[in-house]
Design a protein around this ligand. Structure first.
Ligand SMILES: [Zn+2]
Length: 399
C-alpha cells in the first residue's frame, strides 16, 4: 500500500488538491426532526440530541455515506470525516461522552468506505471544543480554566485513536481558534497516531485576522511548526474574500503545503452562509492563479455544487511553490518575532513590519462566537445549566 503522505504529495506536486465541503446544510436537508437523530438506538436517551451531526454516524450511516459520495462525485480528492464534535468533551452536553469514540470510529469507517470507491483520501476531522485553554470563561477570574491541558489532550487522544482505527489517512485539526487547544490535539496526535500526517487549519475570529487566542496566522504558524504538519491552512470563519490576507501571509512563511477552505461568504443576518458556488469558486480560482494555495475546498455553507465549481476553477492552474525553510530564530506571542543572522534587529516574520490589526473585540452588535458554537458545520449545544461557560469573554486587546 502506498504511503498516504506519498499519495497526497504526488497529487500536490502536480496540481491543486480539493477537499470536500460542509455538512451542516446537507444534513439539515436530509434529517427532519430530533427523532431522526436518535434512531432506534437512542430512542430513550434523556437529552435532546437535535443538531448533533456526529451522532448520525451511528443512527444514519446511509446518509453520511451519501454525503461523502456526493462530494467525491463533485470531484473532491479528500473527504473530511463527520466527527467535528466527536470528543468526550464535545459530546458531554448531550450526555453522549461514552459514545464519542464510537462516533469517531464509525465516522472514519464510513468515509473510508466511500473514499475507497473513488480512490480518495480521508482526513479525520478533529474540531475545536467548547472549552478554551487560552482564555478564562469567567470575567472576574482570568486564571480560571474549565479544563486542564491534560484533560483536553486525553479527550483528543481518544478521538484520534478511533479516527486512526477507522482508517483515516491523515488528521485534520481544524477551525483552530484556540492555539493551546490545538497544541493539546497535536500532543494527542503525536502520542496516539504518530504515523498519521497532520493538517492544521487556523481560523480567524474576525477581520483583524486573529484567532481567539489573539494570534495572527504567522504567530500561529510559529507556535505549531515544531509539529511539522504536512499541510497548514486557514478555514471557516470568514468568506474567501475576507480570508485572503491571512492566506497570503501563510503562503509566504510556511515551508509546507498550504490549504484554504473558506465558508460560503460572511454570515447573513440569519447567520447563514449563502455565497453562490460561482462566487466562492471564483475567489479560490484567484488564490490559485496567484500561487497562494495547494489545497482548496469549502467550509460552512458550501455544497457539492460549490466543490464542483471549485474543482473547475482550479483545474489546470499550477499549484503554489512551497518555499524553502528560512534559517532563523522565531518566537511567537500574539505577533511573530524573527531574529535573523543578517540583521541585528528583530522583525516581524519575513522582515516586514507586522500588519497593524484593527482593535480587537466583538464586531458591533455581534458577540464573539463561543468555541464550537455558531460557526462551522453545526452549532454546539448551549452549556447545561449551572455551568458558567455561557460565553467566552471578548478576546484580549491587541498589544
Ligand atoms: Zn466552517
Amino acid at each position: 500500500m502506498q504511503d498516504t503522505r506519498e499519495r497526497l504529495e504526488s497529487i500536490l506536486r502536480q496540481r491543486i488538491g480539493v477537499l470536500d465541503g460542509s455538512w451542516g446544510v446537507l444534513i439539515q436537508k436530509r434529517v427532519r426532526g430530533e427523532e431522526e437523530y436518535r434512531g432506534d438506538r437512542f430512542r430513550d436517551h434523556p437529552r435532546d440530541v437535535a443538531g448533533n451531526p456526529d451522532l448520525l454516524n451511528l443512527t444514519r450511516p446511509d446518509m453520511v455515506r451519501d454525503i461523502h459520495r456526493s462530494y467525491f462525485e463533485a470531484g473532491a480528492d479528500i473527504a473530511t470525516t463527520n466527527t467535528f464534535t466527536a470528543t468526550r468533551i464535545g459530546q458531554a452536553d448531550y450526555a453522549l461522552e461514552d459514545v464519542a469514540a464510537e462516533m469517531s470510529l464509525e465516522g472514519a469507517r464510513l468515509a473510508r468506505e466511500v473514499a475507497d470507491e473513488f480512490g480518495g483520501l480521508v482526513a479525520g476531522s478533529v474540531g475545536p471544543l467548547n472549552v478554551s485553554l487560552s482564555l478564562s470563561p469567567r470575567v472576574d477570574d482570568p486564571a480560571y480554566r474549565s479544563a486542564t491541558f491534560d484533560q483536553v489532550a486525553e479527550a483528543y487522544a481518544e478521538q484520534i485513536r478511533a479516527l486512526r482505527e477507522g482508517g483515516s489517512d491523515l488528521l485534520l485539526i481544524e477551525t483552530v481558534f484556540d492555539t493551546l487547544n490545538a497544541k493539546a490535539a497535536i500532543v494527542a496526535a503525536q502520542d496516539a497516531a504518530p504515523e498519521l500526517p497532520l493538517w492544521l487549519s487556523f481560523t480567524a475570529v474576525d477581520k483583524s485576522g486573529r484567532n481567539l487566542s489573539g494570534q495572527t496566522v504567522e504567530a500561529f504558524w510559529i507556535s505549531v511548526e515544531h509539529a511539522r504538519p504536512l499541510v497548514v491552512g486557514v478555514n471557516c470563519s470568514l468568506g474567501a474574500a475576507e480570508m485572503r490576507p491571512f492566506v497570503e501571509d501563510l503562503a509566504q512563511i510556511a515551508p509546507t503545503w498550504v490549504a484554504c477552505y473558506p465558508n460560503a461568504g460572511l454570515p447573513n443576518a440569519l447567520g447563514e452562509h449563502d455565497e453562490l458556488p460561482e462566487d466562492t469558486s471564483r475567489f479560490l480560482g484567484e488564490f490559485a492563479r496567484d500561487g497562494l494555495v495547494n489545497i482548496v475546498g469549502g467550509c460552512c455553507g458550501t455544497t457539492p455544487e460549490h466543490v464542483r465549481q471549485i474543482v473547475a476553477a482550479v483545474d489546470g492552474v499550477a499549484p503554489r511553490v512551497v518555499p524553502e525553510r528560512r534559517a532563523a530564530t522565531r518566537f511567537s506571542g500574539l505577533e511573530p518575532l524573527e531574529l535573523r543572522d543578517d540583521s541585528r534587529s528583530a522583525a516581524g516574520s519575513g522582515g516586514r513590519a507586522p500588519r497593524r490589526a484593527p482593535p480587537r473585540g466583538p464586531r458591533a452588535g455581534r458577540p464573539p462566537t463561543p468555541p464550537g458554537g455558531g460557526v462551522h458545520r453545526a452549532p454546539a449545544p448551549p452549556p447545561p445549566p449551572g455551568q458558567e461557560t455561557a460565553a467566552l469573554p471578548a478576546p484580549p486587546a491587541s498589544p
